[in-house]
Design a protein around this ligand. Sequence first.
Ligand code: PLP
Length: 349
Amino acid sequence: MNPTMPRVDLRSDTVTRPTDAMRHAIANAPVGDDVYGDDPTVNALQERAAALFGKEAALFVPSGTMANQIAIRTHTQPGDEIVVESSAHIFLYEGGGFAALSGVSARCVPGEGGLLNAQKVREAIRPPDPTSHYPQTRLVCLENTANRAGGVVYDLDRTAAIAAVAKEHGLALHLDGARVFNAAVAMKASLADVAEPFDSISCCLSKGLGCPVGSLLVGSRAFINRAHRFRKMFGGGMRQAGLLAAAGIHALEHHIERLADDHARAKHMAAQVGAMSGASVQLDTVQTNMAYIDVSPSGHTAAEVCQGLAERGVLANAVSTSHLRIVTHIDVDDADVGVALAAFAELVG
Ligand SMILES: Cc1ncc(COP(=O)(O)O)c(C=O)c1O
């Protein structure tokens, strides 16, 4: 790519760079040794996150993957089974961590359009087993927004119905909320309402919220106390982590409501590209900051179209032969959308 060319990076919302205001917050953060519990900025972030989600406590961790894996380890024992949707990040993209770190098996359930429902969860739960043949179902994990389903949202009713089934069977319910902020903004719901049915929630500061590093695990005080031990075991204890936590506090204060702009830009781009003769988009799945675009009508593979986009300064990810994904975020403005649409028009218009 020509270095003077504009660069519009639509590969993921993980590619964001801290704003000047965020860098200022980082530079001025009071810090201490968080392994001793001495970092005031980490403590403040954890308290703020717990309050936002309406839970008792939160734990700052380096990544969303670690937050999910600590949650699974805290809820389960080796030999247990977890229920997940077949394309869930926990199942597909965390290196088999659930098996390696927690010794559990995963019952994968294909969702309807990538979303689980109460009936599917009920059918996936192992029956009472006096013969001790079966693994014991212990945990149900949902993902909101559901990434591979297109960034679609579990609404409050669907989640409540699944939570009722989990409760009836004595199972814990965990939310992979890497993009729970997008979900809440899309539903115009509070984070506390979204979190209410869950025993634990992971959320990422380093995606739509634009932080360089960091995720949080949120739950009851007893759960987080146990999770703290597994964070240590998994190597996630950090020292003067207040530098990172300061970015998180800044993002929770300033970067949640603006996610609506990302959603509007994703919808606009999806509608425009979907109307081009060489592409199609299932617009009802474009609910937050992503769009999956089928470029097969153009006669090109998604990899070829991504290559053509890159030559025009626009980065997107091919996710299959036919589909590519675009993701909007804080570093994509209206001018960038114009650049991207012009590039798409040349390639699939
Ligand atoms: C749905 C979902 N969960 C978890 C993660 C893991 O986050 P991290 O990259 O911080 O480990 C991701 C990352 O993209 C994700 O999309």
